[in-house]
Design a protein around this ligand. Structure first.
Ligand code: GTP
Ligand code: MG
Length: 236
Protein backbone atom coordinates (compact mmCIF):
# COMPACT_ATOMS: atom_id res chain seq x y z
CA UNK A 1 0.00 0.00 0.00
CA UNK A 2 1.31 3.46 -0.77
CA UNK A 3 0.13 6.76 0.54
CA UNK A 4 0.78 10.36 -0.37
CA UNK A 5 1.30 13.60 1.51
CA UNK A 6 -0.64 16.50 0.16
CA UNK A 7 0.94 19.95 0.11
CA UNK A 8 -0.94 23.14 1.03
CA UNK A 9 -1.35 23.97 -2.64
CA UNK A 10 -3.18 20.71 -3.24
CA UNK A 11 -0.58 19.00 -5.40
CA UNK A 12 0.23 15.50 -4.29
CA UNK A 13 3.64 13.98 -3.87
CA UNK A 14 4.97 10.69 -2.59
CA UNK A 15 5.91 10.33 1.05
CA UNK A 16 9.72 10.62 1.08
CA UNK A 17 10.59 6.97 1.80
CA UNK A 18 14.36 6.65 2.30
CA UNK A 19 16.44 5.32 -0.55
CA UNK A 20 18.79 2.95 1.20
CA UNK A 21 20.99 2.62 -1.92
CA UNK A 22 22.24 6.16 -1.14
CA UNK A 23 24.10 4.68 1.86
CA UNK A 24 26.17 2.15 -0.10
CA UNK A 25 29.44 4.00 0.44
CA UNK A 26 29.21 3.80 4.23
CA UNK A 27 30.79 1.27 6.58
CA UNK A 28 28.48 -1.28 8.26
CA UNK A 29 28.39 0.68 11.51
CA UNK A 30 27.83 4.01 9.78
CA UNK A 31 25.05 2.45 7.70
CA UNK A 32 23.35 1.00 10.80
CA UNK A 33 23.50 4.41 12.49
CA UNK A 34 22.22 6.17 9.40
CA UNK A 35 19.38 3.67 8.97
CA UNK A 36 18.33 4.04 12.62
CA UNK A 37 18.36 7.84 12.22
CA UNK A 38 16.30 7.66 9.02
CA UNK A 39 13.79 5.31 10.64
CA UNK A 40 13.34 7.60 13.68
CA UNK A 41 12.91 10.63 11.41
CA UNK A 42 10.39 8.68 9.33
CA UNK A 43 8.44 7.75 12.49
CA UNK A 44 8.40 11.40 13.58
CA UNK A 45 7.07 12.65 10.24
CA UNK A 46 4.55 9.84 9.90
CA UNK A 47 3.10 10.40 13.39
CA UNK A 48 2.65 14.09 12.60
CA UNK A 49 1.03 13.27 9.27
CA UNK A 50 -1.42 11.05 11.17
CA UNK A 51 -2.10 13.92 13.59
CA UNK A 52 -2.99 16.15 10.64
CA UNK A 53 -5.13 13.38 9.09
CA UNK A 54 -7.13 12.88 12.33
CA UNK A 55 -7.71 16.61 12.78
CA UNK A 56 -8.67 17.15 9.11
CA UNK A 57 -11.29 14.42 9.41
CA UNK A 58 -12.80 16.04 12.50
CA UNK A 59 -12.83 19.47 10.84
CA UNK A 60 -14.49 18.11 7.69
CA UNK A 61 -17.19 16.43 9.79
CA UNK A 62 -17.91 19.61 11.78
CA UNK A 63 -17.98 21.62 8.56
CA UNK A 64 -20.58 19.33 6.96
CA UNK A 65 -22.56 18.95 10.18
CA UNK A 66 -22.88 22.72 10.70
CA UNK A 67 -23.78 23.27 7.09
CA UNK A 68 -26.49 20.61 7.34
CA UNK A 69 -27.87 21.52 10.78
CA UNK A 70 -27.52 25.33 10.75
CA UNK A 71 -27.26 26.16 7.05
CA UNK A 72 -23.97 27.85 7.79
CA UNK A 73 -20.56 26.31 7.15
CA UNK A 74 -17.97 27.86 9.53
CA UNK A 75 -15.10 26.65 7.32
CA UNK A 76 -14.25 28.31 4.02
CA UNK A 77 -11.19 26.13 3.37
CA UNK A 78 -8.44 24.17 5.13
CA UNK A 79 -4.77 23.69 4.28
CA UNK A 80 -2.12 21.66 6.03
CA UNK A 81 1.59 21.03 5.95
CA UNK A 82 4.24 18.89 7.60
CA UNK A 83 7.48 20.74 8.28
CA UNK A 84 10.27 19.52 6.02
CA UNK A 85 13.12 17.63 7.78
CA UNK A 86 15.66 20.30 6.78
CA UNK A 87 13.44 23.04 8.26
CA UNK A 88 13.08 20.99 11.47
CA UNK A 89 16.87 20.59 11.72
CA UNK A 90 17.48 24.27 10.98
CA UNK A 91 14.98 25.42 13.64
CA UNK A 92 16.53 23.13 16.30
CA UNK A 93 20.03 24.33 15.41
CA UNK A 94 18.89 27.98 15.50
CA UNK A 95 17.58 27.47 19.03
CA UNK A 96 20.81 25.75 20.15
CA UNK A 97 18.96 22.44 20.71
CA UNK A 98 20.15 18.94 19.80
CA UNK A 99 19.33 18.09 16.19
CA UNK A 100 17.58 14.72 16.46
CA UNK A 101 14.06 13.33 15.93
CA UNK A 102 13.63 12.94 19.72
CA UNK A 103 14.64 16.55 20.32
CA UNK A 104 12.23 17.68 17.58
CA UNK A 105 9.35 15.78 19.18
CA UNK A 106 10.18 17.26 22.58
CA UNK A 107 10.88 20.86 21.60
CA UNK A 108 8.93 21.73 18.44
CA UNK A 109 5.16 22.11 18.41
CA UNK A 110 4.80 23.18 14.78
CA UNK A 111 5.99 20.09 12.89
CA UNK A 112 2.34 19.53 11.95
CA UNK A 113 0.37 22.60 10.91
CA UNK A 114 -3.30 23.01 9.98
CA UNK A 115 -4.77 26.32 8.85
CA UNK A 116 -8.52 26.83 8.87
CA UNK A 117 -9.96 29.81 7.02
CA UNK A 118 -13.44 30.92 8.11
CA UNK A 119 -16.01 33.35 6.69
CA UNK A 120 -16.54 35.24 9.98
CA UNK A 121 -14.53 36.02 13.12
CA UNK A 122 -17.34 34.37 15.14
CA UNK A 123 -16.64 31.09 13.25
CA UNK A 124 -13.03 31.14 14.49
CA UNK A 125 -14.18 31.16 18.12
CA UNK A 126 -17.02 28.72 17.40
CA UNK A 127 -14.46 26.17 16.16
CA UNK A 128 -12.19 26.88 19.14
CA UNK A 129 -15.16 26.10 21.42
CA UNK A 130 -15.98 22.88 19.52
CA UNK A 131 -12.37 21.72 19.98
CA UNK A 132 -12.55 22.57 23.69
CA UNK A 133 -15.60 20.28 24.09
CA UNK A 134 -13.76 17.31 22.60
CA UNK A 135 -10.99 15.12 23.96
CA UNK A 136 -8.45 17.43 22.32
CA UNK A 137 -6.28 19.26 24.83
CA UNK A 138 -5.37 22.86 23.98
CA UNK A 139 -1.86 23.32 25.37
CA UNK A 140 -1.27 26.87 24.15
CA UNK A 141 -3.42 29.72 22.85
CA UNK A 142 -2.07 32.83 21.12
CA UNK A 143 -4.94 35.14 20.30
CA UNK A 144 -3.55 37.55 17.73
CA UNK A 145 -7.14 38.60 16.92
CA UNK A 146 -7.76 40.04 20.39
CA UNK A 147 -4.17 41.34 20.37
CA UNK A 148 -2.75 41.68 16.84
CA UNK A 149 1.03 41.49 16.34
CA UNK A 150 2.74 44.91 16.06
CA UNK A 151 2.89 44.49 12.24
CA UNK A 152 -0.91 44.00 12.13
CA UNK A 153 -0.95 40.18 11.80
CA UNK A 154 -4.18 38.64 13.09
CA UNK A 155 -5.11 34.94 13.62
CA UNK A 156 -5.93 32.59 16.47
CA UNK A 157 -3.10 30.11 17.05
CA UNK A 158 -3.68 26.98 19.11
CA UNK A 159 -1.24 24.20 19.92
CA UNK A 160 -3.38 21.11 20.42
CA UNK A 161 -2.69 17.49 21.28
CA UNK A 162 -4.50 15.30 18.76
CA UNK A 163 -5.06 11.65 19.74
CA UNK A 164 -3.89 9.32 16.99
CA UNK A 165 -5.33 5.82 17.30
CA UNK A 166 -2.73 3.36 16.06
CA UNK A 167 -3.36 -0.37 15.81
CA UNK A 168 -1.87 -1.08 19.24
CA UNK A 169 -1.81 2.25 21.09
CA UNK A 170 -2.94 5.86 21.11
CA UNK A 171 -0.38 8.64 20.74
CA UNK A 172 -0.89 12.35 21.34
CA UNK A 173 0.54 14.48 18.55
CA UNK A 174 1.13 18.24 18.76
CA UNK A 175 -0.50 20.18 15.94
CA UNK A 176 -0.30 23.95 15.40
CA UNK A 177 -3.78 25.03 14.41
CA UNK A 178 -4.16 28.49 12.90
CA UNK A 179 -7.70 29.83 12.62
CA UNK A 180 -8.39 33.01 10.69
CA UNK A 181 -10.91 34.76 8.45
CA UNK A 182 -10.62 35.14 4.69
CA UNK A 183 -9.59 38.79 5.20
CA UNK A 184 -6.87 37.82 7.71
CA UNK A 185 -5.67 35.09 5.34
CA UNK A 186 -5.55 37.49 2.40
CA UNK A 187 -3.42 39.94 4.41
CA UNK A 188 -1.07 37.24 5.78
CA UNK A 189 -0.56 35.59 2.38
CA UNK A 190 0.21 38.86 0.61
CA UNK A 191 2.40 40.18 3.45
CA UNK A 192 4.43 36.96 3.36
CA UNK A 193 4.81 37.27 -0.42
CA UNK A 194 5.84 40.93 -0.23
CA UNK A 195 8.44 40.37 2.47
CA UNK A 196 9.75 37.24 0.79
CA UNK A 197 10.10 39.06 -2.55
CA UNK A 198 11.80 42.06 -0.94
CA UNK A 199 14.32 39.84 0.90
CA UNK A 200 13.69 41.82 4.11
CA UNK A 201 14.78 45.17 2.57
CA UNK A 202 11.69 47.34 2.55
CA UNK A 203 11.09 51.05 1.93
CA UNK A 204 10.61 53.34 4.91
CA UNK A 205 6.81 53.60 4.98
CA UNK A 206 6.28 49.92 4.12
CA UNK A 207 5.53 48.72 7.67
CA UNK A 208 3.03 51.52 8.27
CA UNK A 209 1.26 50.79 4.97
CA UNK A 210 1.09 47.06 5.77
CA UNK A 211 -0.33 47.81 9.19
CA UNK A 212 -2.91 50.12 7.71
CA UNK A 213 -3.88 47.34 5.24
CA UNK A 214 -4.32 44.98 8.21
CA UNK A 215 -6.64 47.53 9.83
CA UNK A 216 -8.64 47.74 6.60
CA UNK A 217 -8.95 43.93 6.64
CA UNK A 218 -10.15 44.08 10.27
CA UNK A 219 -12.69 46.71 9.20
CA UNK A 220 -13.96 44.37 6.47
CA UNK A 221 -14.40 41.58 9.03
CA UNK A 222 -16.43 43.93 11.26
CA UNK A 223 -18.58 45.03 8.31
CA UNK A 224 -19.21 41.41 7.26
CA UNK A 225 -20.15 40.52 10.85
CA UNK A 226 -22.86 43.24 10.86
CA UNK A 227 -24.16 42.04 7.49
CA UNK A 228 -24.21 38.48 8.87
CA UNK A 229 -26.32 39.59 11.86
CA UNK A 230 -28.64 41.53 9.57
CA UNK A 231 -29.12 38.58 7.21
CA UNK A 232 -29.82 36.24 10.16
CA UNK A 233 -32.49 38.63 11.48
CA UNK A 234 -34.23 38.93 8.10
CA UNK A 235 -34.24 35.14 7.59
CA UNK A 236 -35.99 34.52 11.00
P1 GTP B 1 7.86 30.45 14.81
O1 GTP B 1 9.21 30.22 15.40
O2 GTP B 1 7.92 31.08 13.43
O3 GTP B 1 7.05 29.19 14.79
O4 GTP B 1 7.13 31.55 15.68
P2 GTP B 1 6.40 31.44 17.09
O5 GTP B 1 6.78 30.18 17.78
O6 GTP B 1 6.57 32.74 17.82
O7 GTP B 1 4.89 31.22 16.67
P3 GTP B 1 3.72 32.19 16.23
O8 GTP B 1 2.52 31.48 16.77
O9 GTP B 1 3.87 33.62 16.61
O10 GTP B 1 3.75 32.13 14.62
C1 GTP B 1 3.91 30.94 13.94
C2 GTP B 1 3.32 30.99 12.53
O11 GTP B 1 2.27 31.96 12.40
C3 GTP B 1 4.29 31.35 11.44
O12 GTP B 1 4.99 30.22 11.00
C4 GTP B 1 3.35 31.89 10.34
O13 GTP B 1 2.68 30.83 9.66
C5 GTP B 1 2.31 32.62 11.15
N1 GTP B 1 2.69 34.03 11.39
C6 GTP B 1 3.07 34.57 12.56
N2 GTP B 1 3.32 35.88 12.43
C7 GTP B 1 3.12 36.20 11.13
C8 GTP B 1 3.23 37.41 10.36
O14 GTP B 1 3.59 38.46 10.86
N3 GTP B 1 2.92 37.33 9.04
C9 GTP B 1 2.51 36.18 8.45
N4 GTP B 1 2.22 36.22 7.14
N5 GTP B 1 2.41 35.01 9.14
C10 GTP B 1 2.70 35.02 10.46
MG1 MG C 1 6.34 28.01 13.08
Amino acid sequence: MSFEARSARGSSRRWPYPQVSALEQLSDMERDNALAFIRRTGDLLMMHKFGVDELMTKLRIWSEEFDYAHEHDPIEHITSRIKRPEAIAAKLARRGLPVSPESARENLTDIAGVRVVCPFVSDVYLLRDVIRQHEIEIVQTKDYIAEPKPNGYRSLHLIIKVPVHLSDRTELVNVELQLRTIAMDFWAAVEHELLYKSGGEVPENFAAELKSAAETAAGLDAQMASLHKLSERTSD
